[in-house]
Design a binder for this molecule. Structure first.
Ligand code: NAP
Length: 294
């Protein structure tokens, strides 16, 4: 395997340490960064993610808590909870875990969160700030984590051809906005591919930096990658695997073995982009708390 591994676990651990240091500095000034995660319903995967977020925030010295609401919760009840958290000075970051039960409109909920507490970076005000290059908003955690992986692995983005496969609001689109940013931004030339893209491989083969955020297990194979490219695999696909105790294994959107033969650097799944998402959530929460002092 000629490709060098980009170790997301190690990079995320370094960010957790930085967050703990910044949190301690805030606590010394009388502010304990507070992150409240709201979980509606009993989706097992969501409960696992939320538990990990609370645990990580507590480990960093923050006031982390989870508000659990039943799956029968109405939209009005959830909006009332968000309103209360918006007004609570001890809560600096609010995250409503998706997906929500079908009686609740996720866009209405996202719009109800105060933009300066929207540490997920999904509120239209924060998305708009990202697009126009204002740095006082919050950036969606997964794409922000990818930028950290690239920067801390010494990948030169300026002038690079970056190709993103996937155009979702939580990964592909904010990823494109971050990579194209000038003025001390990544300064890359960006192509965004999706399910209507003709001849996907003709685009991916041009990429100096290839980012896969598709949600299709091992779809990007080595023959679709330019020799020497940097490959970032955002995909998290739970595939059936009878040999595992859980009955599934986690697989990325990139066929790792063939991609690692041609890439210069590559993220593994698990242990690549995954650990970065919580690290960036904590960093956003510390920033939200810091901004209350300025
Ligand atoms: P999503 O909302 O389902 O979006 C998938 C995107 O891929 C869409 O834009 C879709 O195109 C495109 N696509 C689907 N099939 C394609 C094809 N055959 N060729 C080209 N493009 C295709 O997914 P997402 O929320 O962005 O997530 C993507 C992956 O990242 C998933 O595996 C998810 O689990 C993972 N993820 C990981 C993290 C993390 O922390 N590591 C965080 C978020 C997501 P259309 O727009 O045309 O439908």
């Amino acid at each position: 395997m000629p490709a060098e591994l980009i170790d997301g676990k190690a990079i995320a651990a370094a960010i957790h340490q930085e967050v703990a240091r910044d949190t301690a500095a805030l606590v010394a000034r009388g502010v304990v960064p507070g992150l409240t995660v709201v979980l509606v319903g009993d989706d097992m995967a969501s409960a696992t993610y939320v538990g990990a977020k609370e645990k990580a925030s507590l480990a960093a010295g923050m006031a982390g808590s989870t508000l659990r609401m039943p799956s029968s919760t109405t939209q009005a009840e959830l909006l009332a909870v968000v309103e209360r958290l918006n007004a609570d000075a001890n809560v600096h970051g609010i995250l409503v875990q998706m997906p929500l039960p079908k009686q609740i409109d996720p866009d209405t909920v996202i719009r109800s969160i105060r933009p300066d507490k929207d540490v997920d970076g999904f509120h239209p005000e924060n998305v708009g700030k990202l697009l126009i290059g204002h740095t006082d908003g919050f950036v969606s955690c997964t794409p922000a984590g990818v930028i950290e992986l690239l920067t801390r692995s010494g990948v030169v983005t300026r002038g690079a051809d970056a190709v993103i496969v996937g155009r979702s609001n939580i990964v592909g689109k904010p990823m494109a906005a971050l990579l194209v940013q000038g003025r001390a931004g990544a300064d890359a030339t960006v192509t965004v591919c999706h399910s209507r893209t003709r001849d996907l491989a003709s685009h991916t083969r041009r990429a100096d930096i290839l980012i896969a955020a598709v949600g299709r297990a091992e779809m990007i194979t080595g023959d679709m990658i330019k020799p020497g490219a940097v490959v970032i695999d955002v995909g998290m696909n739970h595939m059936p695997d009878a040999t595992r105790a859980k009955g599934t294994r986690l697989t990325g959107d990139v066929h790792f073995a063939s991609a690692a033969e041609v890439a210069s650097k590559i993220t593994p799944v698990p242990g690549g982009v995954g650990p970065m998402t919580i690290a960036m959530l904590l960093r956003n929460t510390v920033r939200a708390a810091e901004r209350t002092l300025s």
